[in-house]
Design a protein around this ligand. Structure first.
Ligand code: ASP
Ligand code: MG
Length: 405
């Protein structure tokens, strides 16, 4: 017998018809003899509407009340799903976060799960009942409802799977798996049968929005086997697994892009110890995350620094640095929001040379200039002009042999 957590995203439960469809799928898994727990999101669009209501009343809303409001979306679908299951003869009941309980820290709006008490849920499953757990929510040390941050129901599902020691956590979403790149840009993109946690994590962090990044971190830490698949087809999805479970490892697993970043350049800062700190420390204090960084050496005692950050934070970053014009002592500050970050990801890079070289050569052959480069053990990222995003992704997909034959 297999114990499975089945998680359904907002598009899979967007209306009653789809909720019925999901219930049928759950019933099939129960009939096949599996122990099943369900985790659900709010209906597509619901959370956005609830968030907008809070913001409209007060841009500086009380985060505890925000959680009380936005957690309701999942409560609705959990109850509806339990009813839909009962209607087709499957014993089921809904569980809110505090009922399980899913204990979190007290960071309202972006809480982290501390512990899940799974014993009662397991008892119910063993007795043939399907627990339908509201994702995205928990209970804080203050005994008030918390939510886990947008997209957090993926993390709820993985955490529950770990707590129940489930054999698998199946995440049903609106794509039927993880692709080598965005199929909307590259029609020849291929669905991966398997991908490693690390690759999934890198892809999620550089723009491939299939799973919430935190859910992948948790799956890796807790060794939860995650499967990404669609609730609209019966096609097999993508399994996220440990590296040693992948027999024939491709060097490059996928190519991701992000247009969410902007580039800032500070020209002619004094080339002496402490200058980088004088730039990046105030940014960090202002809560601004910096991503890629390059610094050039020059002969005349000054240097140029270029870095990228989230586009939405560009105005604030400028403000922070302009306020420190005298202290840092730079000549000029320039910003470019029209950039894209293209990343090539694969654990095979650890043991194969030449991945970066192929990337640079491919971009050069298309006349695409590279503005910034950054690398990690299993990733190479470059910053290019945004207008070349599609061209770059397509060319690289072909260059690494990822195109469907
Ligand atoms: N409903 C929440 C959101 O839209 C959580 C989730 O769907 O994962 O962010
Ligand atoms: Mg989601």
């Amino acid at each position: 017998m297999t114990r499975i957590v089945m998680k359904f995203g907002g598009t899979s439960v967007a209306d009653l018809e789809r909720i019925r469809n999901v219930a049928t799928r759950v019933a099939r898994a129960v009939e096949a003899g599996h122990e099943v727990a369900v985790v659900i999101s709010a209906m597509a669009g619901t959370t956005n509407r609830l968030v907008a209501w809070c913001q409209e009343l007060s841009p500086l809303y009380d985060a505890r009340e925000y959680d009380a409001v936005v957690a309701t979306g999942e409560q609705v679908t959990a109850g509806l799903m339990a009813i839909a299951l009962q209607t087709i003869g499957v014993e089921a009941r809904s569980w809110t976060g505090w009922q399980v309980p899913v204990a979190t820290d007290g960071q309202h709006g972006k809480a982290r799960i501390n512990a899940i008490e799974g014993a009662e849920i397991v008892r119910r499953m063993q007795a043939g009942q399907v627990p339908v757990v509201a994702g995205f929510q928990g209970i804080g040390p203050d005994r008030r409802i918390t939510t886990l941050g947008r997209g957090g129901s993926d993390t709820s599902a993985v955490a529950l799977a770990a707590a129940l020691q489930a054999d698998r956590c199946d995440i049903y979403t609106d794509v039927d798996g993880v692709y080598t790149t965005d199929p909307r840009i590259v029609p020849k993109a291929r669905k991966l049968a398997r991908i490693t946690y690390e690759e999934m994590l890198e892809l999620a962090s550089v723009g491939a929005k299939v799973l919430q990044t935190r859910s992948v971190e948790l799956a890796m830490k807790e060794h939860v086997r995650v499967q990404v698949l669609s609730s609209f087809t019966d096609a097999p999805g993508t399994l996220v697994v440990d590296e040693d479970e992948i027999v024939e490892q491709e060097i490059v697993a996928g190519i991701a892009y992000s247009r969410d970043e902007a580039k800032l350049t500070i020209r002619r800062v004094p080339d002496r110890p402490g200058v980088a700190a004088s730039v990046f420390f105030p940014l960090a204090e202002a809560g601004i995350n910096v991503d890629m960084i390059v610094q050039n050496v020059s002969e005349d005692g000054t240097t140029d620094m270029t870095f990228t950050l989230n586009k939405a934070e560009l105005p604030r970053a400028r403000e922070v640095l302009e306020a420190r014009y005298d202290e840092i002592g730079y000549a000029e500050l320039t910003a470019d929001p029209d950039v894209a970050k293209i990343s090539v990801v694969g654990v095979g890079m650890r043991s194969h040379a030449g991945v970066a070289g192929t990337m640079f050569k491919t971009l050069a052959s298309r006349g695409i200039n590279i503005q910034v480069i950054s690398t990690s053990e299993i990733k190479v990222s470059v910053l290019i002009a945004a207008e070349y995003t599609e061209l770059a992704v397509r060319a690289l997909h072909t260059a690494y042999g990822l195109d469907v034959a």
